[in-house]
Design a protein around this ligand. Structure first.
Ligand SMILES: NC(=O)c1ccc[n+]([C@@H]2O[C@H](COP(=O)([O-])OP(=O)(O)OC[C@H]3O[C@@H](n4cnc5c(N)ncnc54)[C@H](OP(=O)(O)O)[C@@H]3O)[C@@H](O)[C@H]2O)c1
Length: 280
């Protein structure tokens, strides 16, 4: 079983590389943005012709949420045209696509966990391009899994956890918002879920939510990061209104994981347990 991974140097890409040795039955081909530019259809088709993948995991994306507000064309090119190119390549080569999307497709006005069937209403360019990417795939390719996730962190790449740990070495006091509620996702747990979908060999295509279990604010998340690392710092909670950003974030973006758990028998760890595990 050949599994082609795009965006292999991102945090999900590196997490997939981290777990790949545990699955010798899967022949992973990891392509960085230099080796496979998903915005280039010819490059995609040539790569698919070369490796003939059974599955493609699209871990490539434009993920700079705030920067997207000032460079919407670039975000569209990677998140929509790139997704389209992979869907076309998958169709031509009978490959199943696993594409990653985001809780930022929602506006955050719900107060109970988001279902796969809830109607997206992105509040920024990044969320809009991720939703448009989902729709592009749905139009082109039947054999797809779209996995929506949230607040991804890992030991790899750039993420909130690493930013907090860096800032703690530079400052005595940190202010973190406490009125945005969501669920952190350990990128290694997400990588394991993607492998579980592939190994299940099921054709129950469609949209699935995946994050860790539970919910918290960014303040709660930061507090646990420092607690688990025995870092003492003056941590202040602030409202979102005190930390203006170019892109508006959903106030609430907890995802309901019943569908993925039921369909693939995936057992999901609580976010605190998984965070602690990432430090040991
Ligand atoms: N991070 C989060 O909190 C979060 C939350 C919800 C959903 N997601 C979704 O989860 C997925 C993985 O995110 P991540 O955190 O692993 O992202 P990431 O660390 O930013 O990695 C994205 C990767 O995509 C690559 N890339 C960019 N443009 C490309 C192109 N034209 N062709 C090929 N590769 C390209 C980047 O390569 P270069 O660095 O070389 O450009 C980078 O290695 C994404 O779909 C993202 O939207 C992330």
């Amino acid at each position: 079983m050949v599994v082609l991974v795009t965006g292999s140097k991102g945090q999900l890409g590196q997490s997939l590389q981290f777990i790949a040795p545990n699955y010798p039955e899967l022949d992973f081909i990891f392509c960085s943005s230099q080796e496979l530019d998903i915005t280039d259809l010819d490059n995609c088709l040539a790569t698919f012709s070369k490796y003939k993948p059974d599955y493609c995991i699209n871990a490539a994306a434009y993920t700079a949420v705030d920067k997207a507000e000032s460079e919407p064309e670039k975000a569209h090119l990677i998140n929509v045209v790139g997704a389209q190119n992979l869907a076309k390549s998958c169709k031509e080569h009978h490959t199943i696509l696993l594409h990653i999307s985001t809780d930022f497709v929602f506006d955050g006005t719900k107060t109970t966990p988001y279902l796969e069937t809830d109607i997206p209403n992105p509040t920024g360019i990044y969320g809009q391009t991720k939703w448009d990417g989902e729709k592009a795939i749905q139009q082109i390719l039947e054999k797809h899994f779209i996995i929506r996730t949230s607040w991804v962190y890992s030991q790899f790449g750039n993420n909130f956890m690493k930013t907090m740990l860096r800032l703690a070495t530079e400052r005595d006091t940190l202010s973190v918002v406490n009125d945005q509620i969501g669920t952190p996702t350990n990128a290694v747990d997400l990588a394991e879920a993607l492998v579980a979908i592939i190994k299940s060999n099921q054709n129950t295509f469609g949209i699935y939510n995946f994050s860790n279990e539970g919910q918290c604010s960014w303040y709660d998340f930061a507090k646990k990061i420092f607690e688990f690392n025995n870092i003492s710092i003056n941590l202040q909670l602030i409202p979102t209104s005190s930390y203006p950003t170019p892109a508006k974030r959903p106030a609430y973006s907890v995802l309901d994981k019943s569908k993925i758990k039921y369909q693939f028998g995936i057992v999901i760890a609580n976010w605190e347990e998984s965070l602690l595990r990432s430090f040991t």
